[in-house]
Design a protein around this ligand. Structure first.
Ligand code: ADE
Length: 425
Protein backbone atom coordinates (compact mmCIF):
# COMPACT_ATOMS: atom_id res chain seq x y z
CA UNK A 1 0.00 0.00 0.00
CA UNK A 2 1.50 3.38 -1.01
CA UNK A 3 1.72 5.58 2.04
CA UNK A 4 3.58 8.48 3.51
CA UNK A 5 5.70 7.20 6.34
CA UNK A 6 8.32 8.30 8.73
CA UNK A 7 8.68 6.55 12.01
CA UNK A 8 7.90 9.66 14.03
CA UNK A 9 5.37 11.68 12.06
CA UNK A 10 3.06 8.84 11.16
CA UNK A 11 1.82 6.84 8.23
CA UNK A 12 -1.02 8.32 6.20
CA UNK A 13 -2.34 7.89 2.67
CA UNK A 14 -1.63 11.30 1.17
CA UNK A 15 -0.38 14.45 2.87
CA UNK A 16 -1.84 16.40 -0.05
CA UNK A 17 -5.26 15.88 1.54
CA UNK A 18 -4.27 17.87 4.63
CA UNK A 19 -5.83 21.18 3.63
CA UNK A 20 -9.25 19.58 3.03
CA UNK A 21 -8.89 17.68 6.32
CA UNK A 22 -8.16 20.88 8.22
CA UNK A 23 -11.25 22.61 6.85
CA UNK A 24 -13.43 19.62 7.77
CA UNK A 25 -11.88 19.39 11.26
CA UNK A 26 -12.71 23.07 11.81
CA UNK A 27 -16.26 22.51 10.57
CA UNK A 28 -16.78 19.69 13.08
CA UNK A 29 -15.21 21.80 15.82
CA UNK A 30 -17.97 24.36 15.43
CA UNK A 31 -20.47 21.74 16.69
CA UNK A 32 -18.31 20.76 19.67
CA UNK A 33 -18.79 23.64 22.15
CA UNK A 34 -18.19 21.56 25.29
CA UNK A 35 -14.87 20.27 24.03
CA UNK A 36 -13.99 23.86 23.05
CA UNK A 37 -14.55 25.05 26.62
CA UNK A 38 -12.45 22.20 27.99
CA UNK A 39 -9.71 23.07 25.51
CA UNK A 40 -9.72 26.66 26.75
CA UNK A 41 -9.28 25.43 30.33
CA UNK A 42 -6.60 22.93 29.26
CA UNK A 43 -4.56 25.63 27.50
CA UNK A 44 -4.34 27.53 30.81
CA UNK A 45 -4.05 24.67 33.31
CA UNK A 46 -1.93 22.20 31.26
CA UNK A 47 -3.31 19.16 33.15
CA UNK A 48 -1.61 16.69 30.79
CA UNK A 49 1.82 18.34 30.73
CA UNK A 50 4.59 15.83 30.11
CA UNK A 51 2.26 12.89 29.46
CA UNK A 52 2.52 10.61 26.45
CA UNK A 53 -0.79 9.29 25.17
CA UNK A 54 -1.32 6.39 22.73
CA UNK A 55 -4.79 6.65 21.20
CA UNK A 56 -6.53 3.98 19.12
CA UNK A 57 -9.75 5.65 17.93
CA UNK A 58 -11.70 6.10 14.71
CA UNK A 59 -9.71 8.77 12.86
CA UNK A 60 -12.47 11.26 12.12
CA UNK A 61 -12.92 15.02 12.23
CA UNK A 62 -14.36 14.67 15.75
CA UNK A 63 -11.44 12.60 17.00
CA UNK A 64 -9.10 15.22 15.54
CA UNK A 65 -10.75 17.87 17.73
CA UNK A 66 -10.21 15.65 20.77
CA UNK A 67 -6.54 15.09 19.86
CA UNK A 68 -6.00 18.85 19.47
CA UNK A 69 -7.59 19.42 22.90
CA UNK A 70 -5.29 16.88 24.54
CA UNK A 71 -2.25 18.29 22.74
CA UNK A 72 -3.18 21.77 23.95
CA UNK A 73 -3.50 20.35 27.47
CA UNK A 74 0.18 19.42 27.34
CA UNK A 75 0.08 15.80 26.09
CA UNK A 76 2.24 14.26 23.37
CA UNK A 77 -0.01 12.03 21.33
CA UNK A 78 0.33 9.19 18.85
CA UNK A 79 -2.90 8.17 17.13
CA UNK A 80 -3.85 5.04 15.19
CA UNK A 81 -7.17 3.75 13.83
CA UNK A 82 -9.47 1.50 15.84
CA UNK A 83 -10.92 -0.05 12.68
CA UNK A 84 -9.24 -0.65 9.29
CA UNK A 85 -12.11 0.97 7.39
CA UNK A 86 -13.07 3.97 9.54
CA UNK A 87 -10.18 6.33 8.83
CA UNK A 88 -10.85 9.63 7.07
CA UNK A 89 -7.61 9.98 5.08
CA UNK A 90 -7.84 13.77 4.82
CA UNK A 91 -8.14 14.01 8.61
CA UNK A 92 -5.13 11.73 9.16
CA UNK A 93 -3.13 13.89 6.74
CA UNK A 94 -4.18 17.12 8.47
CA UNK A 95 -3.31 15.78 11.92
CA UNK A 96 0.24 15.11 10.72
CA UNK A 97 0.81 18.11 8.46
CA UNK A 98 -1.30 20.84 10.06
CA UNK A 99 -1.42 19.94 13.76
CA UNK A 100 1.85 18.04 14.31
CA UNK A 101 0.12 15.00 15.78
CA UNK A 102 1.74 11.70 14.72
CA UNK A 103 -1.00 9.61 13.12
CA UNK A 104 -0.77 6.07 11.80
CA UNK A 105 -3.94 5.29 9.85
CA UNK A 106 -4.94 4.57 6.26
CA UNK A 107 -8.48 3.77 5.19
CA UNK A 108 -8.64 0.18 3.97
CA UNK A 109 -5.37 -0.88 5.61
CA UNK A 110 -4.85 -4.63 5.85
CA UNK A 111 -4.63 -6.60 9.09
CA UNK A 112 -0.81 -6.47 9.25
CA UNK A 113 -0.75 -2.71 8.65
CA UNK A 114 -3.48 -2.18 11.26
CA UNK A 115 -1.33 -3.91 13.89
CA UNK A 116 1.88 -2.24 12.71
CA UNK A 117 0.16 1.11 13.21
CA UNK A 118 -1.15 0.13 16.61
CA UNK A 119 2.36 -0.88 17.67
CA UNK A 120 3.79 2.38 16.34
CA UNK A 121 1.72 4.25 18.95
CA UNK A 122 2.97 1.89 21.67
CA UNK A 123 6.57 2.47 20.56
CA UNK A 124 6.19 5.99 22.00
CA UNK A 125 6.20 4.41 25.50
CA UNK A 126 2.85 5.91 26.54
CA UNK A 127 1.70 6.78 30.05
CA UNK A 128 -1.98 6.56 29.06
CA UNK A 129 -3.83 4.46 26.46
CA UNK A 130 -7.12 5.43 24.81
CA UNK A 131 -9.08 2.64 23.17
CA UNK A 132 -12.24 2.16 21.14
CA UNK A 133 -12.73 -1.61 21.21
CA UNK A 134 -9.80 -2.53 23.51
CA UNK A 135 -7.33 -3.61 20.79
CA UNK A 136 -4.57 -1.42 22.25
CA UNK A 137 -4.87 -2.81 25.79
CA UNK A 138 -5.10 -6.33 24.37
CA UNK A 139 -1.84 -5.79 22.48
CA UNK A 140 -0.18 -4.36 25.60
CA UNK A 141 -1.25 -7.28 27.78
CA UNK A 142 -0.58 -10.03 25.28
CA UNK A 143 2.57 -8.84 23.47
CA UNK A 144 3.94 -5.45 24.48
CA UNK A 145 5.10 -6.23 28.01
CA UNK A 146 7.89 -3.68 27.43
CA UNK A 147 5.43 -0.79 27.80
CA UNK A 148 3.19 -2.05 30.62
CA UNK A 149 5.19 -0.64 33.52
CA UNK A 150 5.07 2.90 32.12
CA UNK A 151 1.29 3.04 31.68
CA UNK A 152 -0.71 4.33 34.65
CA UNK A 153 -4.21 4.46 33.17
CA UNK A 154 -6.45 4.22 30.15
CA UNK A 155 -9.87 4.97 28.75
CA UNK A 156 -12.29 2.88 26.71
CA UNK A 157 -14.88 4.43 24.44
CA UNK A 158 -17.29 1.70 23.49
CA UNK A 159 -19.60 -1.07 24.78
CA UNK A 160 -17.62 -3.91 23.17
CA UNK A 161 -14.34 -2.64 24.59
CA UNK A 162 -15.79 -2.27 28.08
CA UNK A 163 -17.05 -5.87 27.93
CA UNK A 164 -13.58 -7.12 26.91
CA UNK A 165 -11.87 -5.04 29.61
CA UNK A 166 -14.25 -6.25 32.33
CA UNK A 167 -13.36 -9.82 31.29
CA UNK A 168 -9.66 -8.91 31.68
CA UNK A 169 -10.33 -7.43 35.13
CA UNK A 170 -12.29 -10.48 36.18
CA UNK A 171 -9.50 -12.79 35.05
CA UNK A 172 -7.06 -10.53 36.94
CA UNK A 173 -4.90 -9.84 33.90
CA UNK A 174 -5.67 -6.13 33.62
CA UNK A 175 -2.57 -4.15 34.63
CA UNK A 176 -3.81 -0.58 35.03
CA UNK A 177 -7.06 1.33 35.76
CA UNK A 178 -9.45 2.02 32.91
CA UNK A 179 -12.20 4.63 32.72
CA UNK A 180 -15.25 3.21 30.91
CA UNK A 181 -16.32 6.27 28.92
CA UNK A 182 -19.23 4.28 27.49
CA UNK A 183 -20.80 3.98 30.95
CA UNK A 184 -21.23 7.75 31.33
CA UNK A 185 -24.87 8.77 30.90
CA UNK A 186 -23.75 11.64 28.67
CA UNK A 187 -22.09 9.05 26.43
CA UNK A 188 -24.30 6.01 25.88
CA UNK A 189 -27.68 7.75 26.16
CA UNK A 190 -26.75 10.09 23.32
CA UNK A 191 -23.83 8.75 21.27
CA UNK A 192 -25.04 5.14 21.19
CA UNK A 193 -28.70 6.00 20.71
CA UNK A 194 -28.89 9.16 18.60
CA UNK A 195 -25.39 8.96 17.12
CA UNK A 196 -25.60 5.32 16.00
CA UNK A 197 -29.26 5.75 15.10
CA UNK A 198 -28.62 8.56 12.65
CA UNK A 199 -25.19 7.59 11.32
CA UNK A 200 -26.14 3.96 10.67
CA UNK A 201 -29.03 4.98 8.46
CA UNK A 202 -26.77 7.59 6.88
CA UNK A 203 -24.25 4.82 6.03
CA UNK A 204 -26.93 2.52 4.60
CA UNK A 205 -28.42 5.29 2.51
CA UNK A 206 -25.09 6.65 1.24
CA UNK A 207 -24.02 3.12 0.27
CA UNK A 208 -27.27 2.00 -1.38
CA UNK A 209 -29.52 5.02 -2.03
CA UNK A 210 -32.44 2.76 -1.05
CA UNK A 211 -35.77 4.25 0.02
CA UNK A 212 -36.44 2.97 3.52
CA UNK A 213 -40.15 3.79 3.54
CA UNK A 214 -42.20 0.62 3.37
CA UNK A 215 -39.24 -1.77 3.78
CA UNK A 216 -38.86 -4.33 6.56
CA UNK A 217 -35.75 -3.33 8.51
CA UNK A 218 -34.54 -6.03 10.89
CA UNK A 219 -32.52 -4.66 13.83
CA UNK A 220 -30.58 -7.34 15.70
CA UNK A 221 -29.98 -6.19 19.29
CA UNK A 222 -31.95 -3.67 21.35
CA UNK A 223 -29.23 -2.07 23.44
CA UNK A 224 -28.80 1.71 23.21
CA UNK A 225 -27.50 1.43 19.63
CA UNK A 226 -30.31 -0.90 18.53
CA UNK A 227 -32.92 1.36 20.13
CA UNK A 228 -31.53 4.29 18.16
CA UNK A 229 -31.38 2.45 14.83
CA UNK A 230 -34.93 1.10 15.28
CA UNK A 231 -36.28 4.54 16.26
CA UNK A 232 -34.72 6.28 13.28
CA UNK A 233 -35.67 3.53 10.79
CA UNK A 234 -39.27 3.85 11.91
CA UNK A 235 -38.97 7.60 11.47
CA UNK A 236 -38.06 6.99 7.82
CA UNK A 237 -41.19 4.91 7.30
CA UNK A 238 -39.69 1.44 7.62
CA UNK A 239 -41.46 -1.47 9.34
CA UNK A 240 -39.04 -2.37 12.11
CA UNK A 241 -38.50 -5.91 13.33
CA UNK A 242 -36.29 -6.40 16.40
CA UNK A 243 -34.47 -9.60 17.33
CA UNK A 244 -33.10 -10.00 20.86
CA UNK A 245 -31.83 -12.65 23.28
CA UNK A 246 -32.58 -10.61 26.41
CA UNK A 247 -36.27 -11.03 27.38
CA UNK A 248 -36.53 -7.62 29.07
CA UNK A 249 -35.12 -5.81 26.07
CA UNK A 250 -37.34 -7.85 23.74
CA UNK A 251 -40.35 -6.78 25.79
CA UNK A 252 -39.20 -3.16 25.68
CA UNK A 253 -38.90 -3.33 21.89
CA UNK A 254 -42.38 -4.80 21.68
CA UNK A 255 -43.88 -2.07 23.87
CA UNK A 256 -41.95 0.56 21.90
CA UNK A 257 -44.15 -0.61 19.03
CA UNK A 258 -41.76 -2.81 17.03
CA UNK A 259 -42.37 -6.38 15.92
CA UNK A 260 -40.19 -8.85 17.82
CA UNK A 261 -39.26 -12.31 16.62
CA UNK A 262 -36.37 -14.75 16.28
CA UNK A 263 -33.87 -14.17 13.47
CA UNK A 264 -34.99 -17.41 11.81
CA UNK A 265 -38.48 -15.93 11.48
CA UNK A 266 -37.22 -12.49 10.40
CA UNK A 267 -34.78 -13.83 7.79
CA UNK A 268 -37.36 -14.54 5.02
CA UNK A 269 -39.19 -11.21 5.42
CA UNK A 270 -36.43 -8.65 6.02
CA UNK A 271 -35.31 -6.28 3.27
CA UNK A 272 -32.46 -4.72 5.28
CA UNK A 273 -30.70 -6.35 8.24
CA UNK A 274 -28.61 -4.33 10.72
CA UNK A 275 -26.63 -6.06 13.48
CA UNK A 276 -25.87 -4.10 16.65
CA UNK A 277 -25.45 -6.85 19.24
CA UNK A 278 -21.73 -6.92 20.10
CA UNK A 279 -21.90 -10.69 19.64
CA UNK A 280 -20.72 -12.98 16.85
CA UNK A 281 -22.55 -14.77 14.00
CA UNK A 282 -25.91 -13.23 14.76
CA UNK A 283 -26.65 -13.68 11.08
CA UNK A 284 -25.45 -17.13 10.03
CA UNK A 285 -25.78 -19.65 7.20
CA UNK A 286 -29.25 -20.80 8.29
CA UNK A 287 -30.46 -17.20 7.96
CA UNK A 288 -28.80 -16.51 4.59
CA UNK A 289 -30.50 -19.68 3.32
CA UNK A 290 -33.93 -18.17 3.98
CA UNK A 291 -33.34 -14.55 2.90
CA UNK A 292 -35.21 -13.13 -0.05
CA UNK A 293 -33.52 -12.17 -3.30
CA UNK A 294 -32.05 -8.67 -2.94
CA UNK A 295 -31.79 -8.64 0.86
CA UNK A 296 -29.19 -6.20 2.23
CA UNK A 297 -27.10 -7.07 5.28
CA UNK A 298 -24.91 -4.73 7.31
CA UNK A 299 -23.38 -4.25 10.74
CA UNK A 300 -23.08 -1.29 13.07
CA UNK A 301 -21.58 -3.13 16.03
CA UNK A 302 -17.89 -2.71 16.79
CA UNK A 303 -16.45 -5.87 15.20
CA UNK A 304 -17.09 -7.41 11.79
CA UNK A 305 -17.91 -10.81 13.28
CA UNK A 306 -21.65 -10.24 13.83
CA UNK A 307 -22.36 -11.49 10.29
CA UNK A 308 -20.90 -14.87 9.34
CA UNK A 309 -19.39 -13.69 6.07
CA UNK A 310 -17.34 -16.84 5.63
CA UNK A 311 -20.54 -18.88 5.52
CA UNK A 312 -21.94 -16.51 2.90
CA UNK A 313 -18.73 -16.76 0.86
CA UNK A 314 -19.05 -20.55 0.89
CA UNK A 315 -22.69 -20.33 -0.24
CA UNK A 316 -21.90 -17.98 -3.13
CA UNK A 317 -21.05 -18.99 -6.68
CA UNK A 318 -19.74 -15.51 -7.46
CA UNK A 319 -19.31 -12.06 -5.95
CA UNK A 320 -18.65 -8.58 -7.26
CA UNK A 321 -18.77 -4.95 -6.19
CA UNK A 322 -22.25 -3.70 -7.10
CA UNK A 323 -21.23 -0.14 -6.15
CA UNK A 324 -18.85 1.29 -3.52
CA UNK A 325 -19.41 -0.39 -0.14
CA UNK A 326 -22.00 -2.78 -1.64
CA UNK A 327 -20.83 -6.32 -2.38
CA UNK A 328 -23.16 -8.61 -4.32
CA UNK A 329 -23.06 -12.33 -3.51
CA UNK A 330 -24.81 -14.59 -6.02
CA UNK A 331 -25.96 -17.70 -4.20
CA UNK A 332 -25.89 -21.06 -5.96
CA UNK A 333 -29.73 -21.04 -6.12
CA UNK A 334 -29.61 -17.74 -8.05
CA UNK A 335 -30.57 -15.30 -5.27
CA UNK A 336 -28.47 -12.18 -4.82
CA UNK A 337 -27.61 -10.99 -1.30
CA UNK A 338 -25.80 -7.74 -0.59
CA UNK A 339 -23.28 -7.00 2.16
CA UNK A 340 -22.42 -3.40 2.99
CA UNK A 341 -18.97 -2.18 4.03
CA UNK A 342 -17.45 -5.68 4.36
CA UNK A 343 -19.59 -6.20 7.45
CA UNK A 344 -17.63 -3.49 9.28
CA UNK A 345 -19.22 -0.53 11.09
CA UNK A 346 -21.38 0.79 8.26
CA UNK A 347 -21.72 4.26 9.79
CA UNK A 348 -17.96 4.81 9.64
CA UNK A 349 -17.21 2.76 6.53
CA UNK A 350 -19.75 4.33 4.18
CA UNK A 351 -20.59 7.54 6.06
CA UNK A 352 -18.69 9.75 8.52
CA UNK A 353 -19.62 8.23 11.87
CA UNK A 354 -21.65 10.07 14.47
CA UNK A 355 -22.16 13.80 13.98
CA UNK A 356 -19.91 16.18 15.86
CA UNK A 357 -22.52 17.54 18.25
CA UNK A 358 -23.01 14.12 19.86
CA UNK A 359 -19.29 13.23 19.82
CA UNK A 360 -18.85 16.55 21.68
CA UNK A 361 -20.22 14.87 24.81
CA UNK A 362 -18.40 11.56 24.37
CA UNK A 363 -15.10 13.30 23.83
CA UNK A 364 -15.67 15.82 26.62
CA UNK A 365 -15.90 12.74 28.87
CA UNK A 366 -12.65 11.46 27.35
CA UNK A 367 -10.79 14.73 27.95
CA UNK A 368 -12.06 15.13 31.53
CA UNK A 369 -11.27 11.47 32.27
CA UNK A 370 -7.69 11.92 31.10
CA UNK A 371 -7.41 14.89 33.46
CA UNK A 372 -8.89 12.71 36.24
CA UNK A 373 -6.36 9.94 35.54
CA UNK A 374 -3.49 12.44 35.55
CA UNK A 375 -4.62 14.03 38.83
CA UNK A 376 -4.99 10.63 40.50
CA UNK A 377 -1.92 8.97 39.05
CA UNK A 378 -0.93 5.94 41.15
CA UNK A 379 -3.98 6.28 43.43
CA UNK A 380 -6.67 4.45 41.45
CA UNK A 381 -7.45 0.74 41.81
CA UNK A 382 -6.67 -1.53 38.87
CA UNK A 383 -10.21 -1.98 37.64
CA UNK A 384 -12.69 -0.75 35.05
CA UNK A 385 -14.68 2.13 36.51
CA UNK A 386 -17.27 4.64 35.34
CA UNK A 387 -16.58 8.29 34.60
CA UNK A 388 -16.99 10.05 37.98
CA UNK A 389 -20.61 11.26 38.27
CA UNK A 390 -19.62 14.90 38.80
CA UNK A 391 -17.72 14.94 35.49
CA UNK A 392 -20.62 13.23 33.68
CA UNK A 393 -23.06 15.86 35.00
CA UNK A 394 -20.68 18.68 34.20
CA UNK A 395 -20.75 17.54 30.57
CA UNK A 396 -24.58 17.57 30.58
CA UNK A 397 -24.69 21.04 32.16
CA UNK A 398 -22.17 22.48 29.70
CA UNK A 399 -24.02 20.95 26.75
CA UNK A 400 -27.34 22.43 27.87
CA UNK A 401 -25.68 25.82 28.37
CA UNK A 402 -24.14 25.64 24.91
CA UNK A 403 -27.57 24.82 23.47
CA UNK A 404 -29.06 27.82 25.29
CA UNK A 405 -31.38 25.68 27.44
CA UNK A 406 -32.07 26.66 31.05
CA UNK A 407 -33.49 24.15 33.55
CA UNK A 408 -35.11 24.49 36.98
CA UNK A 409 -33.29 24.29 40.31
CA UNK A 410 -34.62 22.56 43.43
CA UNK A 411 -36.01 25.01 45.98
CA UNK A 412 -34.70 24.62 49.58
CA UNK A 413 -38.15 23.22 50.49
CA UNK A 414 -37.90 20.60 47.73
CA UNK A 415 -34.38 19.65 48.77
CA UNK A 416 -35.55 19.14 52.38
CA UNK A 417 -38.53 17.11 51.16
CA UNK A 418 -36.36 14.82 49.06
CA UNK A 419 -34.08 14.00 51.99
CA UNK A 420 -36.94 13.40 54.46
CA UNK A 421 -39.47 10.59 55.01
CA UNK A 422 -42.04 12.01 57.44
CA UNK A 423 -44.40 13.55 54.87
CA UNK A 424 -46.69 10.93 53.30
CA UNK A 425 -50.37 10.28 52.55
N1 ADE B 1 -17.60 6.54 16.68
C1 ADE B 1 -18.75 6.73 16.03
N2 ADE B 1 -18.74 7.89 15.35
C2 ADE B 1 -17.52 8.46 15.58
C3 ADE B 1 -16.93 9.66 15.15
N3 ADE B 1 -17.55 10.52 14.37
N4 ADE B 1 -15.67 9.91 15.57
C4 ADE B 1 -15.04 9.03 16.37
N5 ADE B 1 -15.55 7.89 16.80
C5 ADE B 1 -16.80 7.59 16.40
Amino acid sequence: MASVATEKTGDVKDLGLAELGKRRIEWAGQSMPVLRLIRKDFIKAQPLAGLRVAACLHVTTETANLMITLRDGGASIALCASNPLSTQDDVAAALVAEYGIPTFAIKGEDHATYYRHLNATLDTQPHITMDDGADLVTEVLSKRHDVTAGIFGGTEETTTGVIRLRAMAQQKVLKYPIVAINDADTKHLFDNRYGTGQSTLDGIIRATNLLLAGLNVVVAGYGWCGRGVAMRARGMGAHVIVTEVNPTRALEALMDGHRVMAMAEAAPIGNIFVTVTGDKHVIAREHFEKMRDGAVVCNSGHFNSEIDLEALERMASSRREARPYVEEFTIKDGRKLYVLGEGRLINLAAAEGHPASVMDMSFANQALSLEHLAKNRGKLPVEVFAVPADLDQRVARLKLEAMGVKIDKLTPEQERYLSSWQEGT
